[in-house]
Design a protein around this ligand. Sequence first.
Ligand SMILES: CCCCCCCCCC(=O)SCCNC(=O)CCNC(=O)[C@H](O)C(C)(C)COP(=O)(O)OP(=O)(O)OC[C@H]1O[C@@H](n2cnc3c(N)ncnc32)[C@H](O)[C@@H]1OP(=O)(O)O
Length: 211
Amino acid sequence: MSDSQPAASTAHEGGFRPDLAISTKRGGPHYADFNEEVRTLMDKVRYACPSDELALDAIATLRDLNAKLDEYLVDEWTTPAGTRVDLPARGNITLPPYEISAAGPDGVVATVWFRPYHLGGNGVAHGGQVAVAFDDLGGMASAVAVNGVCRTAFLKVNYRSLTPLNTPLQMRTRVDRRDGRKMFVAGTLHDGDRLCADIESLFIELKPGQA
Ligand SMILES: CCCCCCCCCC(=O)SCCNC(=O)CCNC(=O)[C@H](O)C(C)(C)COP(=O)(O)OP(=O)(O)OC[C@H]1O[C@@H](n2cnc3c(N)ncnc32)[C@H](O)[C@@H]1OP(=O)(O)O
């Protein structure tokens, strides 16, 4: 575990943050390239078998970079990662990248692609990464439905066929049924006409102030 900690957060206000002030300017004009280079680094690391000389060189470079980044850590409400809606997956490099083509009462439609670093085994995507994409986009469908924040209560993924890497895939999520705060969300992931996975899930609308 690294000792690096993000900056102290502001007072805990639960899941609702009316003052998010989302801006595509956060992180500056080169934040997109910064994000992309980090994803590329993760791709390379997933497949690299470095010489010891290269490993030592990379360790020194990364330590230097991490020390520089330590000077610029902010809290989760201020970081561009997760709020740069102009970037794939809102600039959150922990998510598989996606681009939203529709988000409304009929649900969310996105193009998602799994990169080399999402490798599970034998050249295809890790099932956990598929679940991460469904969690985020299922959460988005329920958030749009209630115009608020929801948390996942359960997420069942049916893996119907292998999910390829480096391929634009269609993910669709929608609230199938609402019962008060309970949003039953269905979703599919397709490679062309082929169904890769689908979900049965429940998202709960948070009460004001609820974490
Ligand atoms: C636009 C940006 C989009 C961003 C999207 C990001 C999405 C990311 C979503 C996540 O990953 S959230 C992180 C993973 N989830 C969690 O950590 C949640 C942990 N669990 C909790 O915090 C609470 O258990 C939870 C908020 C889900 C529910 O607690 P509550 O106290 O608010 O509700 P309660 O326990 O009273 O349950 C409300 C109803 O849901 C039902 N319920 C809750 N959990 C259930 C469950 N697991 N299975 C079936 N039903 C469940 C419960 O029975 C009840 O039904 P009834 O109203 O009919 O009585």
